[in-house]
Structures are given as C-alpha cells and as structure tokens.
Design a protein around this ligand. Structure first.
Ligand code: CTP
Length: 406
C-alpha cells in the first residue's frame, strides 16, 4: 500500500474532468491514503461536494468564509497533509497559482503550502497550447511543483488533441513519486523486462512465460525514488509506468542493441528480462504451411546480453536475475561469476505464487560480496524496493571508492 498512513489533499477545480476526480479518490484511498477534498466554486458546478464527502468520509472544504468554514484551513490544510494533488487543474487555476493569486480557498492553500504538489492539467487543446498557459506551467515547474502532461484523445469540446486528464492510475503513480524517499535522485537506471519473441515465421514465435511484472515494478519504484529510468521491454501487456522512458523490443537481438546503446550512460543496469536463449536459425518470410506430418527446426544460441556488457563496464552496477527450477543458490552464484554481476536476484520458479505471471515473488538477493539475503513472499513492488535498496548501497560504495581514488 503505497500511501499507507499518508494524508493527501485533493484539489478539484472547475473542468468537465472534475467527475473523474471521484475515481481518483477511490484509487488514492485504495493505496491506503486518507483524502481531504477541496473544491473550487466552478468545480461545484460540475460535481456536488456530497459525492466526495461520501467517498472520503470527510467534510469537503469549499469556501474560505461562511459558517461552515474553518477560519484557519486556508493556512493549515496545505501544511498538515503529506502532499497536494490538484486534478483536474484548469488553465485559470494554473494562471492564478503562477501569479501568486489567492482569491479562493484552494488558491490560498497553494500560497501557504509547504508540502509537495502534483498538478494535473486538463483543458481544451488550444488552451493547453497557449503560450501563456505554457509559461505559467513553466513557472510552476520552476518552483518545484510536479506537473503532469495531459493525455491526448477526444476532448469534451469535440476536438481531438492534448488536454485530457491522465488516467487515475497514472495520477496515482505520479503522486506516489511525491511521497517516496528520493534516494535514487540523479541516478540513471536501465531496466529490462518481459520475454523476447523469436520468430519462426510472420505469425509464430518462440517465447517464455515472463509477464514483465517484476521488471516493470522495478522501473516504477525506481522512478518514484527519483531515478531517471529507461525501460527496455520485450512484448508485454503492461502499461508503461509513469515517468519512465520505454524502448519496446521484440527479439533478444533487438534487446541486445537497445541495452548496448544505453549502457554507457547509466549508473546501473538491472536485467530482469527473460531473454530467450535460442532463436530459430531461419526465420521464414512466408507463413509455414501445415504440409508435413513432422517438422524439425534448428535453433541458434542468442547472445548473452548481460555477459556482453561486462567488458563495456566502466562504473556501472550490474544486477542480474536467475530463474531456476533446481540448485537455486549454486546456479545463481555461477551466473553471477560468469556474467560479472554485482548482485543477482534468484527465484525458484517452481512455486505457484512466485516468479512468472503472478503479482508476488519470493527471491533471494545474493551480492557478490557478502551473505545471501532470502526474502519472504512479497509483492513485486516490495521485491523491487528491496533490490533497489541494495542498488542504492552499491552506488554509494562505488561513489566512495571513486572519491578515494580521485
Ligand atoms: N540473460 C541475458 N541474455 C541472455 C540470457 C539471459 O542477458 N541471452 C540475462 C537474464 O536477463 C538474467 C540472467 O542473464 O538477468 C540470467 O538469465 P537466466 O535465463 O536465468 O540464465 P541463462 O544465462 O540463460 O542460463 P540458463 O538458461 O542455462 O539457466
């Protein structure tokens, strides 16, 4: 539960996407957050405060003045919570915050706020493209506020373009970044995920059972913790995590090219992908017909991507994975030696609740130097966090060694 024990102030301003804020409340609360909603007068034209009061179980704050209002809420609310999310944020609201205007409860809270803020603009495409709006957004970013890009698609005004409120799941991911430790800030990470597809012909391929969930969880949690993340992903059905640059590939050789291109510029490589060890020697251009009773295919070994990175290593930390059915620790240690890794994540893929496809994983972290660390059954995000703790420590040790030798 990414927001467990956290209190989030959700500001809702007056755009048609205000109705989507109700779903966002549910997602934030689903992640463990307590949510306090503040609505502008224009937002109340679109959705009634009762909707948010019923969802959150808390009184919705709507005005600075009047018998219902708390005289100090305009100051205290932006300081007592752990984070502020404004969704949807109209061009008008953004302009007022950029200009330091506090003429209602929400904008005044923004003036006095001391906690991290996420702004999720939603508006008509022309408004979004207006240089005044873009200039105002740049001012917000310059003050350290996190601003999400709106999504493209059909808009309420009938036009199609940039301006839609991002999906609630994406807003939740961005909000998680506000509340996380930032111990990977300034670090560049390269993460691989998913299976590879090795073509027999235009419609058939050789692959494996990897879903990509562990690699995507690593990319997601690393972004939250401040890293600049590039994810090289084989074919999966997972959405690209918010903030992460994603390079989609199909075959092991595509993945090898993408990893090689990005490896020199990163601080760490985490190779969670289940790379196919073999590919059909010949990929047919035309569909193979059902003409023969039996068929034999020749397979050729694929390059070992991790092993190939070893000679290209300057100061990178390299983490490998070992999915095993037998002799887990011995096999993992052999791979760590052969592939020159700093850490290997070993998992027993025989277990039904661990490894491929499922949302949980039970792994052992084995560092090159030091004792193996068996972990209990955890969610893949929790496993990602444990792996990243080790990466943070390895990067710190590397930095200390570099300063000593400088
Ligand atoms: N790996 C790789 N390139 C390959 C195969 C694997 O970079 N062609 C990486 C995986 O991403 C993983 C690690 O090497 O991080 C170990 O992968 P695994 O499939 O467990 O081991 P293999 O080296 O393929 O050995 P085997 O399949 O014989 O167990």
């Amino acid at each position: 539960m990414v927001f467990l024990g956290k209190r989030i102030l959700l500001g809702v301003t007056g755009g048609i996407a205000a109705y989507k804020a109700a779903e966002l409340v549910r997602r934030l609360m689903g992640g463990g957050a307590r949510v306090k909603v503040v609505m502008t007068a224009a937002a109340r034209e679109f959705v009634g405060p009762l909707t948010f009061a019923a969802l959150t179980g808390e009184k919705v704050a709507t005005a600075m003045f009047g018998p219902e209002s708390d005289p100090l809420e305009h100051i205290s609310l932006g300081q007592e919570v752990d984070a502020i999310v404004v969704a949807p944020a109209t061009a008008n609201f953004i302009g007022k915050v950029a200009g330091g205007i506090g003429d209602d409860l929400l904008t005044t809270i923004m003036l006095a706020a001391t906690v991290p803020v996420l702004v999720c603009p939603a508006m008509n495409a022309e408004m979004w493209a207006n240089p005044v709006v873009q200039g105002n957004l740049a001012r917000l970013k310059g003050r350290g506020l996190l601003v999400m890009e709106p999504a493209a698609g059909p808009l309420a005004c009938g036009a199609v373009g940039l301006g839609r409120l991002p999906e609630p799941d994406l807003i939740v991911e961005a909000a998680a970044g506000l509340l996380s430790v930032r111990d990977l800030a300034g670090r560049k990470l390269l993460v691989t995920a998913g299976p590879t597809h090795e073509d027999f012909d235009p419609v058939r391929f050789l692959t494996n059972r990897s879903s990509g969930k562990q690699g995507y969880a690593l990319a997601r949690v690393a972004w939250r913790r401040g890293a600049d993340v590039t994810l090289v992903s084989g074919p999966t059905s997972l959405p690209v995590p918010y903030g992460v640059k994603c390079v989609m590939v199909r075959s092991a050789r595509d993945m090898q090219a993408a990893v090689k291109a990005h490896f020199p510029e990163v601080d760490a490589l985490l190779m969670a992908a289940a790379v196919s060890d073999y590919r059909p020697t010949q990929a047919e251009v035309r569909k193979i017909k059902r003409a023969r009773e039996e068929m034999t295919f020749h397979l050729t070994q694929n390059p070992d991507i991790l092993k190939q990175m070893a000679p290209l290593k300057s100061q990178q930390i390299v983490v490998g994975f070992a999915a095993e059915t037998h002799d887990l620790e011995a096999e993992a240690r052999r791979k760590m030696r052969e592939k020159h890794l700093d850490l290997i994540v070993a998992n027993d893929v025989n277990r039904p609740d661990s490894g491929f496809q499922v949302d949980t994983n039970e792994v052992t972290l084995i560092p090159r130097v030091g004792e193996a660390m068996p972990l209990p059954l955890l969610s893949k995000e929790e496993v990602a966090a444990k792996i990243l703790d080790q990466v943070v420590a390895l990067l710190e040790t590397r930095d200390e060694a570099l300063t000593k030798n400088a």
